[in-house]
Design a protein around this ligand. Structure first.
Ligand code: ARG
Length: 554
């Protein structure tokens, strides 16, 4: 059990003994506190119970405190204010816990009790279109979720729902035939040219429409051209994935085309749930909103049909028990309707669950959607190049470093961390100076903290063999407690698919370390060196779960 859980249990037991009342662990209301306020943790259980029991909370707290069994873990608890129960961990207990972490390569993070088969739908760029910052958030947040789930022992399937199918491919294939190749590096220009031809040239438009029919009926020649387009885009996005250092590869692509063979069956199976409207088949209507169309009046299928087919495939054929959709907030209503339809169809149930991990837009300095000066949405490759250049400037000229490797770790890390540490559901402003600040809640700050620790450990010879960790003074205790809270921070980030919680904890840990460091010398003190080494391991692990590298030297 994690520290917080152990304390909750002590309070639950004390409440039973003192008051004969059975409460849940959550009702123990245990929260991290601070020694200045009387404890490392605090329980507000007395306030929670006062009304129901008709007794002053202070009385209840006194009764609970006298019944708490400190179990070698706690100093005798005290009561503060209107009835806070202050819980202070014993120094020897802390020391023993920290000592145990030295040989634990999971740093106290338990494996999931019930491993799930989790599908993380993320990234989802569109073929023959430039990947933009909107896809950036999905890719970065999705990758962090993938890493956390893997570390917790779940079976994770990375799923990249590439937009590689549907009516635009008629005009795109025709354009490809006209010009022979996708011009230059600029996929957006290619897409725009195809669209312009489609809108202005009726003959081109006719050919494009015929092409869609050929594509969907499996015409080999058309498919060959289509594959060429998909392959070009796949290469393009893989360059971005490699630059970002995310786990996604071509093997994780389950594009819309993958589900094409299942669309007709999916609609059949939905049969009884569908209604006809002007020749189209519709499912689920939520109040005023338009229903989702699963088959258009011309017999064509839609984005929603594909998502339903995918959901059916992953739950029914692949028995995935948790489906996580990392998709921007504008698609909320779409997913609400898809999930409701899938629930009605029996594809989602107690055992197979789906969640929408929603996120806001990326805004520029001006508070508007991030755009280039010419008004186009920003190209991701350019953005990442700029991040690395700016990071190199922050690091400066150094002869003792592989500056380009460190700049990559710092620049890419900054882009990811800025995203991961902001409120996921809200829009966030992309501000270079803030994300590359060397103090504050940034990845550079964490990377510097770790590099500083690594240099101390190198000086110490890194072979101190520190086994016994003893904690005593205030900053040692605070650092020790922050280290023990890492598992809870990871658990909270994982549960809510909000890496921000983990970012906040790592920042706190690094800040505790610097207070500890300013205290007494570390070199020559095996216990303090042990704490120092654990701090580095925790930072490296935490950053790794966020998909961020931690250079040894900076
Ligand atoms: N290609 C879509 C877009 O760019 C994102 C796909 C998200 N995943 C999904 N299963 N619908 O908006």
């Amino acid at each position: 059990m994690l520290v917080g859980e152990l304390l909750e249990q002590l309070v639950v037991d004390a409440v039973r003994t003192a008051l004969g009342v059975e409460i849940s662990r959550a009702e123990a209301l245990v929260r991290p506190s601070a020694p200045e306020r009387g404890g490392d943790y605090q329980s507000n259980v007395a306030m929670g119970l006062a009304k129901g029991l008709g007794r002053p909370s202070r009385d209840i707290a006194d009764a609970v405190v006298s019944a708490v069994d400190p179990a070698g873990m706690l100093e005798p608890p005290t009561v503060g204010g209107p009835g806070f129960v202050n819980l202070r961990l014993r120094d020897d207990w802390l020391g023993a816990q920290l000592t145990a972490l030295v040989d634990d390569d999971r740093l106290g993070v338990p494996q999931a009790a019930h491993p799930q088969r989790v599908v993380v739908d993320h990234s989802g760029p569109n073929v023959a279109k430039e990947m933009h910052v909107g896809h950036l958030r999905s890719t970065i947040i999705g990758d962090a979720i993938v890493r956390m789930k893997q570390f917790l022992g779940h079976e994770v399937i990375r799923r990249n729902h590439l937009g590689d199918w549907g009516t635009p491919f008629g005009m795109l294939v025709e354009r490809l035939l006209e010009v022979g190749r996708v011009e230059g590096e600029d996929l957006n220009a290619f897409y725009r040219a195809a669209r312009a031809a489609f809108d202005s040239d009726p003959e081109f438009a006719d050919r494009a429409r015929a092409r869609v029919v050929a594509l969907q009926s499996g015409d080999e020649e058309t498919l060959a051209h289509w594959r060429k387009l998909v392959a070009e885009s796949q290469e393009h996005v893989e360059r971005v994935y490699r630059a970002l250092g995310v786990q996604l590869t071509a093997a994780d692509s389950y594009g819309e085309s993958f589900y094409d063979p299942f669309l007709a069956d999916t609609v059949d199976e939905l049969g009884p749930l569908l209604q006809e409207s002007d020749g189209a088949l519709c499912a689920f209507r939520d109040g005023e909103s338009a229903p989702i169309i699963v088959r258009k009046s011309d017999g064509g299928y839609t984005y929603a049909t594909t998502d339903l087919a995918a959901l059916r495939y992953w739950t029914q054929d692949r028995d995935a028990t948790e489906l996580i959709y990392v998709i921007g907030a504008p698609q909320r209503q779409h997913l609400v309707m898809v999930f409701a339809t899938a629930t009605a169809a029996g594809w989602l149930d107690e055992r197979h669950r789906a969640v929408h991990v929603s996120f806001g837009s990326v805004l520029g300095d001006d508070g508007r959607m991030l755009r280039t000066r010419s008004g186009d949405s920003v190209k991701l490759v350019d953005l990442l190049d700029e991040a690395v250049e700016r990071a190199a400037a922050v690091i400066g000229e150094r002869s003792d470093l592989d500056v380009s490797a460190v700049a990559r770790a710092v620049g890419i890390g900054a882009v990811k961390y800025a995203d991961l540490s902001s409120s996921r559901e809200k829009d966030y402003a992309f501000t270079w100076d803030r994300m590359l600040a060397t103090d504050g809640n940034t990845s550079v700050y964490l990377q510097y903290a770790n590099a500083r620790i690594r240099s101390i450990l190198r000086k110490a010879g890194d072979t101190t063999g520190a086994r016994g960790i003893v904690v005593h003074e205030r900053t040692e205790r605070a650092l020790a407690i922050a280290l023990l809270r890492l598992p809870a921070a990871i658990d909270a980030a994982d549960r809510s698919c909000t890496p921000r919680t983990l970012c906040g904890h790592l920042h706190e840990l690094a800040a505790e370390f610097s207070r500890f460091y300013e205290g007494r010398p570390i070199l020559g003190d095996p216990s303090r060196l042990g704490l120092t080494r654990l701090t580095s391991r925790a930072l490296v692990l935490g950053l790794d779960l966020l998909g961020i590298a931690a250079p040894e030297r900076m």
